[in-house]
Write a protein that binds this ligand. Structure first.
Ligand code: THG
Length: 369
């Protein structure tokens, strides 16, 4: 498939770091929350190997925040997610699926609890702000809802701790996974969480002061030379291996949380009041007929611009591949696919057409690594 340049405009928002990543050689963008999100620098594979060995700085400003504050903010945030947040604590981040009244997925943000009455939903690629505003209006909630100008810089990779300690001090190493705290850079306080969309470890800096963020961006590269720091971005290969799911790619508003393996983040027996709860209980009791699983395909290349169908020997549909890439670790194409129940057992081979040729593959459990 041919690739085309993407035309920039006000609608396709840039970030405070766009000039910098373009000077550093960003080679592809995707669009996420109506904003530029870098998709590769050197190449998917070169970026992948570097991420797993050193440390990268990512412009993930496209992970936008929906800020919900005010007297009824906790009630509204809980209404949107099937994860029980009634005992949630300030200073913690919660990966929490958002669900509509049909029990289908709306988004899968990280919910940061800033105060009892102030929350940031760090969203994936769907317009959560309008969903929140609609619910607030319909319920007469006393809340303020806005998209603050927060532009996340992620620092990811096995050397992330070393680089961050050099910039923010040793205390940052004590920060626990999915907790956040405030750390000083040249007199400016930055909200930093131990999180990030890779399995290599690292931090996310929720930059509220763009000028300080740009200064910080340059500083990370200056002092990071000894750790071989490079610009990077969420890496397709690495995130498929680690089964970090992507809204709009692996699941969307036509799927429910059970089909997307979100059982761990769903509390149907809790006292929490949320949309779709009764519907989800029905779905659970009836049992699902398809779910996200891994696939391995005996081939070295795949282009994903739509779902690809998997067939068995009788040409019955096994499922649909939703994300895939060549993995240099598995030396095969690996992917995340919605698989129909009759094919959940792992030794089922399937066929797939790629560039007018038929290849074979097998279903496997997630994550790959
Ligand atoms: N960071 C921030 N915002 C984000 C993302 C992020 N918004 C969009 C998108 N990513 C949301 N989706 C995810 C998906 C997975 C994870 C985080 C955000 C994630 N999952 C951990 C895992 O699967 O290993 C576990 C989380 C847990 O169990 O609590 O990190 O990356 N700011």
């Amino acid at each position: 498939m041919k690739n085309f340049p993407i035309s920039k405009s006000r609608r396709l928002r840039s970030t405070p770091y766009t000039d910098r990543i373009e000077n550093q050689g960003v080679s592809a963008y995707t669009v996420y929350n109506h904003m530029l999100l870098p998709a590769s620098f050197v190449s998917l594979e070169a970026d992948y190997h570097h991420l797993k060995e050193f440390v990268q700085v990512w412009d993930v400003a496209a992970e936008r925040q929906v800020e919900i504050s005010g007297k009824d903010s906790a009630e509204l945030v809980q209404l949107m997610t099937c994860r029980d947040l009634t005992k949630s604590k300030v200073g913690k981040c919660y990966y929490a699926p958002l669900i509509d009244d049909h029990g289908n997925l709306v988004n899968d943000p990280i919910i940061n609890k800033l105060a009892e009455d102030r929350w940031w939903l760090s969203i994936a690629d769907s317009d959560v702000i309008f969903f929140a505003k609609g619910l607030a209006a319909g319920n007469n909630f006393e809340v303020k809802i806005k998209e603050p100008n927060v532009n996340i810089l992620a620092v990811q990779g096995p050397l992330a701790d070393k680089l961050m300690a050099k910039v923010f001090g040793e205390k940052i190493s004590e920060l626990k996974f999915f907790n956040f705290d405030y750390f000083d850079f040249k007199g400016v306080k930055h909200f930093i969480a131990r999180s990030g969309w890779s399995k290599q470890g690292g931090f996310e800096i929720y930059v509220e002061n763009s000028e300080s963020g740009q200064d910080l961006y340059d500083h990370l590269f200056e002092v990071g030379k000894e750790f071989n720091v490079k610009p990077g971005c969420p890496n397709l290969i690495e995130r498929i291996e680690g089964a970090l799911l992507s809204y709009g790619n692996d699941f969307d508003n036509r799927d429910n949380p059970l089909e997307a393996n979100f059982d761990k983040y769903m509390n149907l027996e809790s006292g929490a009041k949320f949309l779709g709860k009764e519907r989800l209980k029905q779905i659970r009791d009836k049992g699902i007929t398809r779910k996200l699983m891994g696939v391995k395909i005996d081939h070295t290349d795949i282009d994903m611009y739509c779902e690809k169908t998997l067939f068995d020997d009788n040409n019955d549909i096994v499922g649909f591949v939703r994300s895939a890439a060549y993995s240099p670790t598995f030396k095969k194409v690996i992917g995340i696919a919605m698989i129909n129940k009759p094919y959940w057992n792992l030794d089922h081979p399937f066929k797939i057409e790629i560039n007018e040729k038929i290849y074979v593959g097998t279903v496997c459990d997630l994550p790959f690594i």
